[in-house]
Design a protein around this ligand. Structure first.
Ligand SMILES: [Cu+2]
Length: 115
């Protein structure tokens, strides 16, 4: 009896903070994580499809390169050595967009935005 009560209290303690920080699905970003070694994406070019209006969070970890560039959206982020490069954007334009690592012009990902 006492054990069951302790268990219920423990469950409530875990569930309440989780519910308090939960965000609505619409504002939750789609995370695209890429690790590149010597300008090659580990596991191959990442292909991701998102819906128009979604927020996309691109996280690139790379040992080389100076900038990460999302073609079409024309967003460029300088690469920080020893830290992930983070690019956040709202997928407003539909189509297929290449994420490249410069100056070597290596394709890291292909992000497709569907209406
Ligand atoms: Cu580019």
């Amino acid at each position: 009896m006492r054990k069951a009560l302790v268990c219920v209290i423990a469950l409530v303690a875990v569930a309440v903070p989780a519910a308090a920080v939960a965000q609505p699905a619409a504002v939750k970003p789609v995370v695209v994580s890429i690790t590149a070694v010597n300008a090659r994406p580990v596991g191959g070019i990442k292909r991701v499809t998102v819906k128009k209006g979604q927020t996309v969070r691109v996280v690139v970890t790379t040992n080389v390169g100076s900038t990460v560039h999302l073609h079409g959206y024309n967003i460029e982020k300088p690469v920080k050595k020893g830290a992930p490069t983070v690019m956040v954007f709202v997928a407003k334009a539909t189509g297929s967009f290449e994420l490249a690592l410069h100056p070597m012009d290596a394709t890291l990902a292909q992000i497709t935005v569907k209406p």
